[in-house]
Design a binder for this molecule. Sequence first.
Ligand code: GDP
Length: 472
Amino acid sequence: SNDSYLSDTPTNDKLLNELLAPTFDEASCLSRYQSYLYRKTSPHKPSSYLISKLRNYEKLHRRCGPLTKSFDKVLKMGKNSSKNIAATKCKYLVWTAANGLGNRMITLAATFLYAILTDRVLLVRFGSDMVGLFCEPFPNSSWLLPQNFPYRKDQKNMETYESLLNKTRYSNVYWPSVLILNPQPTHGGHNNFFHCDHSQSLLEKVPVLILKSNQYFSPSLFMIPTFGQELSKMFPEKDTVFHHLGRYLFHPSNEVWDAISRFYKAHLAKENDRIGLQVRIYNTHRAPHETIIGEILACAFKHNLLPQLGHHKSVTSPSKNSTSKAVLVVSLYSEYGEKLRAMYLRNTTVTGEVVRVYQPSHEGHQKSYDNSHNIKAWTEIYLLSLCQALITSSKSTFGYVAQSLGGLKPWILQRAYGEQIPDPPCLQAVSMEPCLHHPPKHDCKANRFVKFTSLFPHIMNCEDVNKGLKLV
Ligand code: GDP
């Protein structure tokens, strides 16, 4: 292909070490088979067990997904009859959207893992704001929740897992055919024991689970004894869960891929070095832009991500044999790209390197229910994942997706207050996994707090959220 200058990866890695199924129409989703041209081969190979689980999942999805006889049975099933349960051979897990795209993607990856572990079919309820972002991930089927799915609308009157738990204290016979599940262990003041075997054996009996979450609950799945062995076989390297499942699930649609590949070829492909900088500011009044710029530079200089500034430039043309770096700035605000660009335009660098700064957009505000806004967000998350090093903002799921897709351990900027530049300005992540911000706290009887980090050697507190948990 004439695109091969983009990367030094050998062509046999097109399927990402068999992570991807070969049975797709290439033109319907160009990114699926072209992404390998844009990044180095991942040093993390998917295990053969994970690959076999994915191929089996694909078969299950084809057998039970939309437009199959089994799926028709679910469409006709009543809400509460326990007879339904025997009649349905297939079980379903419906993903619904909450918060921004980063939150949605980390939740979706965790939901897919949960679907694989419980032999459920994953269906996604995408509103118009999610249209045209991703390709279909499963061959010869669809993951889109059909419009005629009976529980699309009437969710207010549906049973939740918590209400079921209350009832089962008194009897064991009542099984709804559909249930709303929030895997967050404590919410609304209650424990729901999602991370416990006894919950999983209850949930197992419900044919349709509608998942409501904005969390990356994979670490909770690793705490569940019945899943433990499977997970160890699937992921001998535990910090690669999102890395593999994300690369398996999330392929930019042709429209998004066009934007990604055009930007990449125009600005990033030919640079010796690509640094991604994600600046996410939740409250613009908290620290002035100057403080944050100062912090970014302190971090970048300290860790040799960017060269220090030399003297003021008198001649504008760079010397011919100098190496160059590209900085991809991703932020809702234009200030960051503009300030950095101006600095490196006006000054030489002490190393003689040329630094070019690009910022694809500056949307100003989060507009998560707007399709074209989400398309920009996905384009930028993906572009960040193509960089060789990342500086990210703390607590941002947007950054988490970029780092895990890219297989990168980012430098996380410390939260700045006022005019004080934090010291140290940034810390490198220990693992590329996303953080579960609201993890379980209790044991399975809820009469004792548990320190999960001492129970599970592969779970630690997050670098950016003290009480959060992540896989390492
Ligand atoms: P989080 O809030 O940082 O955890 O990330 P989310 O992705 O869940 O929510 C933030 C949303 O705001 C994104 O999905 C985008 O819609 C928008 N957003 C935030 N930062 C950026 C950015 O740098 N670029 C673009 N295009 N959108 C952004």
